[in-house]
Write a protein of this length. Structure first.
Length: 498
């Protein structure tokens, strides 16, 4: 992408995006027209190219991102104060399949992962403690502390306890969501061994929970019910953990095909550059992984609103189309059932960064999944069943959505951001900055800079660097969130707490 003061993303757009701060009186020369800026306009924000009467759709990415709240003049700064969403309630959709075939060759690349007994592959070899209920979080933390001190992590990557506040006093859907996510964590291939730590009297009864794991590796996953321990539960927990650790430390990385790689696609703290730099870069990576036989998962359902038909029409079958319609409308009904509008999503940081409506956010957000066909649709807490591009039901909240991606089976999350964020979930959470300023200001947060795409670097060159970076992380290179120790989980809750 050549250096410029602005970019018109799609030929049909009625706005350009400023690539640097622009001042009142500057001239935009585009499409044989000269347009004078009527206000100072920050970088990442939009300038109108043609007069728009009240109610007229404003076009970006080739699609409407809302309509003018009042009459607007060419050269005006378009933002949340003069642009209103078109989103309202649920919709009926028509399947208009788009059968785009990826022409990316399978390069036969590999990474070094940990092959598990069930055929899945991890990119980390860690010992995890998974509480069935929040009441034993303190015990879990003590056990992590003791095992870390005793072993000094020799032969493994990390020891973690995945704290949460649930497992009891929940009903129906929330209770099952908690159980499914905890099950998914126990079965995740990034864990070489797992201690399931229970209290004993919780709603998430330990014996029933263990049955949920199915045909699991009983040498690598063990249960401790603390109420049944006579005496010191820490001592009993350490006995089990020593056995688990001894097994996990024997595991070695081996070369496996890239078809075993599963990446989660997520954005947060987005800005006006997200849909121009980092998200398209991740979209190229997603297509590359899918072309190698691997898997990517897109979630944040509310951030599909306004771009959902693009995803629906990429579904491989009518059944997948119908599942995607349900994915969208069920989430809209969730909003409406709580008396909330479906179009109120961009955060204050999003708006300050140049994202004015949910459609504006969604059309940029969905760039992360490239052009591949949709091969699978997952409900919250489901585990992956098919390779290729999958859609997953989860909210936009960063930690809840990233946890859901990891729970589905992703070994890492690719997280684009324009404002910056330090967090990580229970798998490596790689941060890709949308602009170079963030990359330079927050080197302790950011793993890769996509902002150079506005500074003359071509996508075809940067994607090769990014592919190498992702494979390096799969091979064991730690992400910034891992180095910082910023790792946690969050489970989606919608209902009553008793």
């Amino acid at each position: 992408m050549k250096q410029s003061a602005f970019i018109k993303i799609n030929p049909a757009d009625s706005v350009v995006v400023c690539l640097r701060p622009m001042t009142k009186g500057e001239i935009i020369e585009i499409d044989d027209k000269k347009i004078e800026l009527l206000q100072d306009t920050p970088a990442g924000h939009k300038v109108l190219l043609e007069d728009a009467p009240e109610g007229k759709d404003i076009i970006k990415y080739g699609y409407p991102i809302g309509h003018a709240r009042h009459d607007l003049k060419a050269g005006e700064w378009v933002n949340e104060n003069n642009l209103k969403t078109n989103l309202a309630g649920t919709l009926e959709y028509e399947y208009k399949p788009v059968n785009e075939v990826l022409t990316i060759p399978n390069e036969g690349r590999t990474f070094k992962g940990y092959e598990r007994k069930n055929g899945e592959v991890g990119i980390r070899n860690e010992v995890w403690i998974v509480p069935t209920v929040g009441c034993v979080n303190g015990i879990a933390e003590k056990l992590v502390e003791q095992l870390t001190k005793e072993t000094n992590l020799e032969g493994i990557d990390a020891i973690h306890a995945w704290h949460h506040n649930f497992g009891c006093s929940q009903l129906s859907g929330d209770h099952e969501n908690t159980r499914k996510v905890l099950r998914d964590i126990c079965l995740h291939p990034n864990a070489g061994a797992v201690l399931v730590l229970s209290l004993g009297c919780e709603n998430n009864q330990p014996d029933d929970f263990m049955k949920m794991l199915g045909d699991y590796d009983k040498d690598r996953i063990k249960l401790l019910v603390t109420q049944k321990v006579e005496g010191d539960e820490l001592e009993e927990g350490m006995k089990i953990l020593r056995e688990l650790y001894a097994l996990a430390k024997q595991d070695k990385r081996t070369e496996v095909p890239l078809s075993k790689l599963r990446v989660g696609l997520k954005c947060g703290g987005s800005d006006g550059f997200s849909g121009i730099t980092a998200n398209p870069l991740v979209g190229e990576l997603s297509d590359y992984v899918v072309a190698q036989g691997g898997t990517s998962i897109l979630t944040e359902v509310p951030e599909m609103f306004g771009a959902e038909t693009i995803l629906m029409n990429r579904c491989e079958t009518t059944e997948l189309f119908e599942q995607t319609v349900n994915l969208i409308n069920n989430f809209k009904n969730y909003f409406l059932s709580h008396g909330e509008p479906v179009g109120e999503n961009p955060s204050p940081g999003n708006k300050a960064g140049g994202i004015s409506t949910l459609e504006d956010k969604a059309l940029g957000c969905t760039q992360k999944c490239g052009r591949a066909p949709v091969s699978g649709v997952l409900e919250y807490g489901d585990r992956l069943q098919v390779n290729g591009l999958n859609l997953l039901s989860a909210p936009g909240n960063d930690l809840v959505a990233a946890t859901a991606l990891a729970s589905a089976g992703c070994q890492m999350v690719l997280f684009t951001t324009g404002r910056g964020t330090p967090f990580g979930t229970f798998i490596p959470t790689m941060k890709i900055s949308t602009n170079s300023d963030l990359y330079e200001r927050k080197p302790n947060w950011i793993d890769f800079n996509a902002g150079v795409l506005t500074e003359g670097v071509e996508m075809k060159d940067l994607i090769r660097q990014f592919i190498d970076k992702v494979i390096s992380v799969a091979n064991g290179e730690p992400t910034r969130n891992e180095i910082n120790g910023y790792q946690e989980i969050a489970i989606f809750k919608t209902g009553v707490t008793l």
